[in-house]
Each structure stands twice: as C-alpha cells, then as structure tokens.
Design a protein around this ligand. Structure first.
Ligand code: ADP
Ligand code: MG
Length: 430
C-alpha cells in the first residue's frame, strides 16, 4: 500500500492542486487508488478526489480512465446520463512518487453498501426497478452514443446519487469544511495527542448514537419516513477497465461473478457483456445474493463450475456456442457436454426466486421474463439497454409511490443506521 509506487498518504487538511482542493476524509478505496472527500475552494463545493497509486502501470490506467471520462463528460453537458462526471485532473508529487489525481462530482454510497445496510435481504422490486432504469440509461449512453464497453459492472461500481440518509451526513447538512492544515510532524507528541483527543470524542459520539439507536429500536424497529431521502437514482463509476468496442485491449475482462460466458470461453465480446453483468446486478439487488458464486472443486476449476452453474439455471448451452471459443476444449467435449462436471441440478431463475427467495409467483414470473433474455448464451440475442428500457417490467408502476409491500421488504432499522458509514470510517490515521 503506502510505499514507493503505491498509495499517497493523506491527512485531513492536506492541500492539492496548489491549494484548490482540501482533503476532508476518506470515502473509499480500490486496488488502484484511495478516494477522498475534498472541498473545492474555487467552486466552494465538495468533490471526490481519487488519488492513484504512483507506479507506471497505475499512472497508465489513470490516463486511460481520464481518456474515457473526458469523452463521457464532454458529450453529456447536462449531466443526466447516469454516468459519473469528471471535473478536473492533475498530478501530485509526494514521498511515494508522482500520483495522477482525478476529481469527480461527489456521489453517495455504492449499491453494495445499500444491500449490506439491508442485511443482504434484497431491497424490494420497486426499488430494483428504479435502480435498473438509471443503470440502463447509463448503459444506453455508453453503448449507443459513445461505443464504450464498461467491462466491470458490479454493485461496487454503481453509486447512489443521494446518501442513504443525508441528514446523518454532516457534510451534506451544511457543516463547514475543515480547511486547517495538518500539524507538521504527524508522529510528534502534539499531533498524537490531538488524534487521541479526537478519537475519544468520536468514541463518545458513537456510544451516544448507539444508545439512541437502541432506544429507538425498542420504540419502533421500522420508520418509513427515513426512506424518503433515497430517490434511488444512481450513476455508473470506475472506468479503469473500460474499452472501445472497436479497440479492445484484452480478451479477459469483468469481475468473476459478473463475467459473461463468452469471456470464460474466449469467444470474443461486445456491448452485451455489460448486459450480462447488468442482469447479475438486478438479481443481486432483488435477492441480496449474487446470482453466480462459482468455486473450484475436486477435479474441476472455478471456470468449469461457473459454466455448470449457468447451465443449471439457464439450461444447456447450445453446442455451437459451447465449442466456439479458443478455450472451449478446456471445458467441453465434442458433444458439447462439460468434461468434468457430468451431473447438473437443473432449476430456473423463476423457481429459485420463488423457492429460495420467497418472491411471489407472479412477481417472480415477471422478473424472470425480464432477466432471462439478458442471460442468453448467445451474446447477439441479448436485448440492448434501450430494449430493456422499453420492457413492460420497467414501464408499469412508473415512478409511482412505493407501495406497502415494498416498504415492508426493506429493513429500515438497518438502512438508517449510519454509525459505521458516518463515524467509524472517519477515523483515519494514515
Ligand atoms: P478503483 O479504480 O481503485 O477501484 P474507484 O473509482 O472504483 O477506484 O473508487 C473506489 C471507491 O471510492 C468506490 O468504490 C467508492 O466507494 C468511492 N468513490 C469513488 N468515486 C466516488 C465519488 N464520485 N463519490 C463518492 N465516492 C466515490
Ligand atoms: Mg472500483
């Protein structure tokens, strides 16, 4: 992490771009970067500052991301296409090297956090529909207008436009930014005393909040009011792995669980790989669990298990498709059967939704009708983002108020609990 070529250590109050941006607290991190809440002194608003690791391969990836994001932002001046907007970028020299920094509009929590807040139970189909619409608007823009394949769609890479509970976020409720420079020596006694004092104060606040939470949990475990703050629009982020459809960089893409079959088989790909991942996301939002979680087993690989799970749920892969890829022979025999996993436990998305996740028969049928075409083994048969936006599953119930059934599905006691997101993650001693 924090060594030559790696992350840049930041303290609240640190300045960037000749004093324009002042770091406030850490928002998140990935394999390539740390992302900080920062105050933009020039425009007097908060932004997200992504500070890339400094080694050449990370710098290269950041330049690559800037190329895509500049195009994305330039062609969407009204900022309504559900894709993160790049505000600025610059270089920052630090003890670990030169870091490329990207400045973004500030967004809220990721869909992964949303599912976690809800204790992995699924967030209710009306909410799933709203989020799906946002993602599809973004994908339609990327695919049709720009010719870009995202190639790494997953819950972590879709962020809510509003926070889970804006009233609990001091920054959003108008608190003044911290513009004080940090102490000179971060390990000096005075600095450590200051940290100790801060931690004690925070601990007291967290404990007070916890007591408050316990009290209100007893009074009422569910409060519908707090959901009003979530309008559930969201935006697609992280273009570190994106490519142009007509200029691809690698044939191995996507995060395992969201990976399309043609990638595993080495059969080439296009925009429809994003549609596969999109279906995985929609299922996960509705159920709280990933659609496919392949594992290596005795005598078979993770890849082969993945293909077997797909076929158990979606039916047998047509022989022509199964044998078409450069890696097909590793998994399939010449009859189009898996070599090492011979017995498949056949099911269907609809059955799983009803039996395992207790979704009603009629809801499950309609949802499965939306999902299954997106999970077609033949990539060219999958609907486009625009096709999906016109699908009846998304069109009825348009922007109507959340109904009672839906409100019951989400565990509000959890979704309002911002102790972990609001307090503990603030404590950053790096
Ligand atoms: P990486 O390429 O290192 O994975 P990401 O661009 O995915 O970096 O960002 C890492 C994390 O930082 C995200 O998962 C999210 O939690 C947070 N983050 C990124 N961009 C923003 C933003 N614009 N607003 C708020 N949080 C953000
Ligand atoms: Mg990421």
């Amino acid at each position: 992490g924090y060594r030559k070529g790696g992350y840049h250590a930041v303290r609240p109050g640190d300045q960037f771009a000749a004093g324009r941006y002042v770091a406030q607290r850490k928002l998140g991190w990935g394999n390539f970067s740390t992302v900080w809440l920062a105050f933009d002194v020039q425009s007097q608003r908060y932004v997200a500052l992504k500070i890339q690791k400094s080694a050449p391969e990370f710098a290269q990836a950041a330049l690559h991301e800037i190329e895509f994001l500049s195009e994305i932002t330039k062609r969407d001046p009204s900022n309504c296409k559900c894709i993160i907007q790049l505000v600025d970028h610059f270089k920052h020299a630090g003890p670990n090297g030169q870091h490329i920094c990207l400045v973004f509009e500030l967004l809220g929590d990721s869909l992964l956090k949303l599912v976690q807040y809800n204790r992995y139970k699924g967030i209710g189909l009306d909410r799933v529909k709203r989020i799906c619409k946002s993602i599809l608007v973004g994908l339609d823009y990327l695919h049709n207008e720009l010719g870009i394949i995202h190639s790494d769609l997953k819950l972590e890479n879709v962020l809510l436009v509003s926070t889970i509970d804006p009233s609990k976020d001091p920054v959003r409720s108008g608190l003044k930014p911290n513009l004080e420079r940090p102490e000179g020596n971060p390990n000096g006694e005075a600095a450590l005393n200051a940290i100790e004092k801060k931690l004690k104060m925070r601990a007291r606040r967290v404990l007070a909040k916890l007591a408050e939470k316990k009290k209100s949990a007893v009074e009422s475990s569910r409060s519908e009011r707090s959901l009003d703050g979530i309008d559930l629009t969201c935006k697609i982020v992280d273009f570190g792995n994106a490519c142009w459809a007509d200029k691809q960089f690698t044939d191995f893409i996507q995060t395992r669980q969201y990976r399309a079959p043609e990638i595993i088989l080495g059969a080439g790909y296009s925009f429809s790989v994003d549609m596969w991942s999109f279906a995985c996301i929609a299922f996960e939002l509705a159920t709280g669990e990933m659609l496919f979680t392949p594992k290596e087993g005795h005598g078979y690989s993770e890849d082969e298990d993945h293909l077997a799970l797909m076929m158990e749920l979606l039916g047998k892969m047509p022989k022509k498709i199964a044998t078409m890829g450069t890696r097909s022979k590793e998994y399939f025999d010449r009859h189009g059967d898996l070599k090492r996993i011979r017995r498949l436990k056949l099911s269907s998305i609809e059955r799983v939704l009803v039996d395992k996740y207790k979704i009603s028969e009629s809801d499950a049928r309609e949802f499965a009708r939306f999902l299954c075409p997106l999970l077609d083994f033949a990539p060219e048969k999958r609907p486009t983002a625009l096709d999906c936006l016109k699908h009846p599953w998304l069109r009825y119930n348009e922007d109507g108020p959340l109904n009672n059934k839906d409100a019951k599905n989400i565990d509000l006691a959890q979704s309002t609990g911002s102790i972990t997101s609001g307090d503990c993650t603030n404590i950053d001693l790096t």
